[in-house]
Ligand binder design. Structure first.
Ligand SMILES: Nc1nc2c(c(=O)[nH]1)N[C@H]1C(S)=C(S)[C@@H](COP(=O)(O)OP(=O)(O)OC[C@H]3O[C@@H](n4cnc5c(=O)[nH]c(N)nc54)[C@H](O)[C@@H]3O)O[C@H]1N2
Ligand SMILES: Nc1nc2c(c(=O)[nH]1)N[C@H]1C(S)=C(S)[C@@H](COP(=O)(O)OP(=O)(O)OC[C@H]3O[C@@H](n4cnc5c(=O)[nH]c(N)nc54)[C@H](O)[C@@H]3O)O[C@H]1N2
Ligand SMILES: [Mo]
Length: 759
């Protein structure tokens, strides 16, 4: 059956489809970068700004958390980093006139793309109770509004303090300090939706919830497995590292339901070869069914166990715990069940095994393709089993590499942005600041939504991000948000969360990474931590988008002074004036930051300690690296249904939409597409180019529907489908989360397709 686009197509999309590409980057990417950047920033600003990205005296790219090498190129940025910079350094401005012209209801009817295109926020604005429009407000008055609502709460636990992962270490440290002095651990963050599953699995098994490899380790490895990650779009600089690793002899297995162009072939624009053929990256592509990874690694583990001499017995004996129980579970792994779970063939798994056995030094990299399923935590634990078996942790060229998303999401967690802080961290805070921090756990993202939905949380404060668009179950979440007494967003750009408000609302505009930050003691810098535990300084040089902006640290300090009043012994004023004073405190509270100010002054910064990597010491409950033996799970896909993953296009940064193309997947001019295997589409009786509604099926029986998606034939794994987030978040049930980590299972959504109604 064929159908036309529905009349009320929500995004007015008209996607054109040209089919997937087989290589990423190269000259087209460079041209694209400059065009996008110049549209936002003009030619001169583009040149000045892009040359400072990721330089030792420049600012940290607000794109992803991939680290920089020690030797920097003049152009140490990628196409998508440049887009992130352009988005922030744009010359477009949202002024008070804009808010006078557009009511909140009007803003709520606009697309995320349109909102983002309006430019940088320039003034604090306030939506009074019952008002239809935001109006300018002074900073002091804005803090008065917040203080009034917080003081009216029955308990500090009725307030929620969200963080997105761009916030600097300094701002994050101050922010958690403020929340805890107030008396709550309600510090949900984007990590709850992102790598929480990795953190949960790694903390339990190796004792540190972070990756254990450096760039050097990648270059020294024999085998790199890239599972559930699309670096060509989301971590483009990683392709340079993979290329270098290959040149040094590494082989690459990619495990993905989609053939991602960047992993197939990389055309590095900074090398002569890159301008012609480029480098083939993947040696073996395992086109896995969504959610089949735990089964795959379990079977590989069985096969390793059955191979004479393949297990690193010395390592296992000396450094691990739980081997026998794990080995028993692994030996029971079943070929037929694994083939069903993965959709792979015996030959493919055998080939993978041969590569695993041939490797002395193996790294496994992963991202959202592994973390956003019900069984994500046991899946990542199984990867740890896989590495432990052959002694691949704490050895050069080997280890775990969860590739983090937001540029400082890892640092924010290190600074204490966590709803379940470790007692040792709270003890250190207590010693340093002389107050008793709350010990009971706070709300994560999903529980914060539940609390707002149920009226148990009444003040929502966001340090960056776009909460209503990034979180699952859009209808539920938006209703929850509207029940709040007050919603506050510290933001650089306009987004949907500003249009879905509590009874009262504030937008507090802030400096971005690219901008100069001058406080009473002079010009400041901030610090960030990348995905590999490197901490370094970031200095913006551009004039701020408006003279009315405050930095994130300044906002927290003023808010804390106003809300906590003289009862707080913390020198908030001093912290605002001089961020070095904040770093002095961090150096006494957070292990690994001793002598912070001196060490971060060195070009390139310093690396945080990581006991498993540095000394094969595993700070777990058993004092060893823990093997685990969870039952193998994989999603069941009912007859006539598909399993949907919600992912990123090449033209977006999470909920920020840069444009309507997904160049490497051959989608142009629209985002409402659903990628389906041609044979699955045929079996469902739906032709390429038809318009369908995606209807999510979940045990609560509630109908969740995303209307008007153009079906695109695509070589994805069978019975799987893919569509972009955030348009599809409406389909992800709030209660569908990963066990243990409570991360929304946004890569495992059971859907049916219904032909769209034509009005
Ligand atoms: N340009 C750009 N850069 C970004 C971002 C952005 O939006 N735009 N976002 C940043 C953030 S916050 C993050 S967390 C990262 C996200 O980086 P990614 O994790 O690369 O992001 P996704 O687009 O969600 O892609 C998920 C990948 O996993 C695959 N996958 C899905 N399900 C499965 C599965 O069950 N098994 C396996 N093996 N693979 C699966 C998908 O096909 C896809 O290739 O990127 C960061 N960098
Ligand atoms: N269905 C589905 N849902 C997902 C995902 C998925 O794969 N599928 N991925 C999840 C993941 S991995 C993540 S990390 C979350 C992302 O969730 P968030 O981090 O909440 O969302 P972003 O879209 O990154 O936030 C963008 C907004 O941040 C603000 N901003 C940008 N820079 C700054 C800054 O320097 N300071 C301040 N204060 N504000 C700034 C801008 O106003 C911008 O509109 O989404 C999650 N949601
Ligand atoms: Mo993320």
């Amino acid at each position: 059956m064929a159908s036309k686009p529905p009349a009320a197509d929500p995004a007015q999309d008209a996607p054109r489809v040209t089919g997937p590409k087989h290589a990423a980057a190269g000259l087209p990417a460079l041209g694209h970068t400059l065009r996008v950047a110049q549209q936002q920033m003009g030619v001169r600003r583009t040149a000045l700004t892009l040359l400072r990205v990721n330089q030792k005296d420049g600012f940290d790219c607000p794109g992803c958390a991939w680290p920089e090498g020690d030797k920097r190129h003049a152009a140490e940025f990628c196409e998508n980093g440049a887009k992130a910079v352009a988005e922030e350094a744009t010359l477009r401005r949202v002024t008070p006139d804009f808010f006078a012209a557009h009511s909140v209801a009007d803003l709520a009817g606009r697309s995320g793309y349109w909102l983002g295109q309006q430019g940088r926020l320039t003034r604090p604005v306030y939506l009074a109770e019952g008002a239809t429009h935001y109006e300018p407000i002074g900073w002091d008055e804005a803090f008065d509004v917040i203080a009034e609502e917080i003081h009216a709460l029955d308990s500090p636990d009725q307030a929620v303090f969200y963080t997105s992962g761009r916030t600097s270490n300094e701002a994050a440290f101050l922010y958690q300090l403020f929340a805890r002095e107030l008396g709550t651990n309600n510090l949900p963050d984007c990590s709850n939706m992102c790598h929480e599953s990795s953190g949960s699995a790694l903390t339990e098994t190796i004792g540190v919830g972070k990756g254990s490899v450096s760039l050097e380790d990648l270059y020294r490895s024999d085998l790199i497995v890239v599972a559930g990650q699309n670096p060509g779009t989301n971590h483009p600089r990683m392709l340079t590292a993979l290329e270098k690793a290959k040149a040094a002899g590494a082989r690459i297995i990619s495990v993905n339901p989609l053939p991602e162009a960047g992993l197939e072939r990389f055309k590095n624009p900074q090398t002569p070869k890159g301008l012609t053929t480029g480098t083939a990256l993947t040696d073996l592509f395992l086109q896995i069914r969504i959610g089949g990874d735990q089964a795959l690694f379990r079977l590989l583990n069985k096969l390793v166990l059955e191979t004479e001499g393949a297990v690193d017995e010395d390592f296992v004996r000396e450094h691990t715990h739980g081997y026998e129980e794990f080995a028993e579970a692994a030996r029971a792994a079943d070929w037929e069940r694994t083939l069903a779970a993965t959709g792979l063939t015996r030959e493919e798994i055998q080939q993978a095994l041969d590569m695993v056995l041939a490797s002395e030094r193996t790294v496994v990299c992963w991202a959202m393709g592994l973390t956003q399923h019900k069984h994500s935590v046991p899946t990542i634990r199984e990867i740890v089993n896989f590495l432990l078996l052959r002694g691949n942790i704490g050895r050069p060229g080997a280890g775990v590499c969860p590739v983090r998303g937001h540029s400082n999401v890892q640092g924010d967690r290190t600074m204490g942005i966590f709803e379940r802080p470790a007692p040792a961290f709270l003890d250190a805070l207590e010693r340093e600041f002389g107050f008793a921090p709350p010990r009971h756990h706070g709300l994560d993202v999903v529980n914060a939504i539940r609390a707002m939905r149920d009226g148990a949380a009444k003040v929502f404060f966001a340090m960056g991000g776009n909460f209503v668009a990034a979180t699952p179950d859009t209808d539920v979440t938006e209703k929850a948000m509207r029940r709040a007494r007050l919603t506050v967003h510290v933001s650089t750009k306009l987004n949907r969360s500003h249009a879905v408000t509590g009874a009262r609302a504030l937008i507090l505009p802030t400096l971005g990474r690219t901008e100069r930050d001058v406080q009473a003691s002079g010009e400041q810098f901030v610090t960030v931590e990348d995905s590999m535990g490197m901490v370094h300084a970031s200095r913006g040089r551009l004039e701020p988008a408006s003279p009315h902006l405050l930095s994130e640290p300044a906002i927290v300090c003023r808010l804390a002074r106003r809300v906590l009043g003289p009862a707080s012994a913390t020198p908030w004023e001093e912290f605002e004036q001089d961020y070095a004073a904040v770093r002095d405190r961090v150096s006494r509270v957070v292990p690994g930051f001793e002598d912070f100010n001196a060490r971060v002054a060195r070009p390139g910064g310093f690396t945080l300690p990581h006991a498993p990597r540095d000394e094969r010491r595993f700070p777990t409950a058993t004092g060893k690296a823990n093997f685990t033996a969870a039952p193998v799970e994989f999603p069941e896909i009912p007859e006539g249904r598909l399993l949907l993953q919600t992912l990123r296009s090449h033209d977006q940064y999470n909920t920020t939409i840069y444009g309507l193309d997904d160049r490497y997947r051959g989608i142009h001019g629209g985002r409402r597409v659903v990628l389906v295997h041609p044979e699955d589409a045929a079996a469902l009786g739906i032709t390429d180019g038809s318009y369908v509604d995606l209807v999510s099926e979940w045990s609560d029986g509630v109908e969740r529907r995303a209307p008007g998606f153009r079906l695109v034939h695509y070589p994805t794994a069978r019975r799987c489908a893919a569509a972009y987030y955030p348009e599809t978040n409406v389909l992800v049930p709030l209660d569908s989360t990963a066990d243990v980590s409570n991360t929304p299972a946004s890569k495992s959504v059971v859907i049916r397709l219904e032909q769209s109604r034509i009005d």
